[in-house]
Ligand binder design. Sequence first.
Ligand SMILES: Nc1ncnc2c1ncn2[C@@H]1O[C@H](COP(=O)(O)OP(=O)(O)OP(=O)(O)O)[C@@H](O)[C@H]1O
Ligand SMILES: [Mg+2]
Length: 311
Amino acid sequence: MNKENYNVIEANELTKRFGEITAVNRISLDVKKGEIFGFLGPNGAGKTTTIRMLTGLLIPDSGNICIDGIDVRKNPVQAKMKMGIIPELGNIYADLTAKQNIILAGKFYGVSKTELKRRADDLLDQFELYDRKDVPVRTFSKGMKQRINIASALVHNPEILFLDEPTSGLDVQSQRLIRNIIKRMNQKGTTVFLTTHNIEEANQLCERVGIINRGRIVVIDRPERLRRTFEESQSVEISWDKEIDTNWVKKSILTNRIERCGDKWKLYTDNPDGLVKYLVKFTQQQEWRIISLEICRASLEDVFVKLTKGK
Ligand SMILES: Nc1ncnc2c1ncn2[C@@H]1O[C@H](COP(=O)(O)OP(=O)(O)OP(=O)(O)O)[C@@H](O)[C@H]1O
Ligand SMILES: [Mg+2]
């Protein structure tokens, strides 16, 4: 078997309903060995429901899931031994210390006593919490709690890591630390499936990104392709001191689309710099006056809205 192209996660036509709500609607996806796959979507899109099904915490109404060739429904325990799961709301015991939390998780996964001690110290060190190892987690900040949450999920050296919004609500420094740990784990061969609201995070970390909206997958693509949509969504906003015939602007090969916004014209382009130079030159030739001129770079959120619109 070619391990490089081997699907470690295979989900086929997953559906989950809660009463009237179809939280996940016939979702299929594959994640290759060694890949970081990002699952992106707004609140209520179905990300957590999907991750809970993939990790065997929730049984789908229909559809199949294979984790490293193991059918999750038939062999949930065997499948779970391969996974590190970092749930949305954490999984730690506030009254236990940082180290006790990791040891408890290790016992659950059957890690031997001597190995467990070594692993716990190593993880505490990696997560920059060794100094606080004997302090109850109750006294930790949100970012520190999340680090223990992740460390506990890594104690059995899982082959596949599932993280549900791992950096949500954390400060920039904690976010960076967690992203670096995810990258490091991946470089060592761990396959990663993570959910996020943050397109920038998906761009930094993921090889492929799936966008989910209202229980359905809108698109699965490489982040650079999403970037391209981003570039196409850039625009230049300009207004002149008089009404002008915009036909000449429309004719410019640099303009993809043109919109009237109050007294301004919004010209969509993937080359704002070139278009601004062209506009200035042309305005000069016509002896018109520019009242305002601005390059509007689309945020990644704009792109996300564009891609999910009407789906
Ligand atoms: N246990 C449940 N009982 C009833 N409805 C549920 C349950 N879990 C999820 N839902 C519904 O399923 C839909 C998808 O929820 P889910 O938690 O999967 O979204 P999400 O993409 O993770 O959102 P968020 O970004 O807010 O975490 C929502 O409409 C939610 O209300
Ligand atoms: Mg969620």
